[in-house]
Design a protein around this ligand. Structure first.
Ligand SMILES: N[C@@H](CCC(=O)N[C@@H](CS)C(=O)NCC(=O)O)C(=O)O
Length: 207
């Protein structure tokens, strides 16, 4: 049974799943969801995800939403090496810590600033401050450790933080001041199967 990804090219949340499927070498079918036309709030899409958000993954009779939940599923189901989702309680907790950061400070900071800029607005200072504080913490952390939750290999934590961090400049947040973050981004971009998060220009805000 084939894997289907309900995807929107400019969504960093969707990119997390697209990227991870590609890194795992899993074939999948893309079902484009045109968020600019409001397709994510249509009845057929709401039947897949009542929150009306991309991404959604269908794997046979399993339907999942939430990028991080989907990537945990993919890691547990399709990564026999158990590299991407660790086994020890302490390591699992370290990965989960960063997944919480991705759903918290990253979403409220860099991801929000980017969306506001792409739709023609100006992020307020609190949003910028949240993004900058996270980048400072990440830079300090990555100065002492190769990946976010492991010194040896990437995990789903790195996938969760990658997409919106690399496109933070689209939200008016430059990355020059964070050399360890930039080194970490480059290491992820060198992984076999890596697919980039598209860069984009501001567009009209969806109605
Ligand atoms: N927790 C969700 C968040 C997904 C999300 O916010 N997706 C955005 C696109 S980047 C969306 O569909 N927004 C529409 C909405 O919230 O109504 C995840 O990790 O997948």
């Amino acid at each position: 049974m084939s894997i289907r990804l309900h995807d929107f090219a400019l969504s960093g949340h969707a990119h997390r799943v697209r990227l991870f499927l590609s890194l795992l070498g899993l074939p999948f079918e893309t079902v484009p969801v045109n968020m600019l036309k409001g397709e994510h709030k249509s009845q057929p899409f709401l039947a897949l995800n009542a929150f009306g958000q991309v991404p959604v993954l269908e794997d046979g009779d399993v339907t999942l939403s939430d990028s991080n939940a989907i990537n945990i599923y993919l890691a547990l189901k399709h990564d026999p090496s158990r590299q991407w989702w660790p086994e020890s309680p302490a390591q699992i907790a370290r990965v989960q810590h960063w997944l919480s950061v991705a759903a918290g400070q990253l979403a409220q900071g860099a991801a929000r600033a980017r969306w506001i800029c792409l739709t023609g607005g100006t992020p307020d200072q609190a949003v910028i401050d949240t993004a900058v504080q996270l980048l400072r913490v990440m830079d300090q952390h990555l100065a002492g450790q190769r990946f976010l939750a492991s010194s040896q290999h990437p995990t789903v934590a790195d996938i969760a933080l990658y997409s919106y961090t690399v496109r933070a400049p689209e939200g008016g947040i430059p990355l020059e001041a964070y050399p360890h973050v930039r080194r970490w981004l480059s290491e992820l971009e060198a992984l076999p199967g890596f697919v980039p998060m598209p860069s984009t220009q501001p567009f009209k805000k969806p109605a």
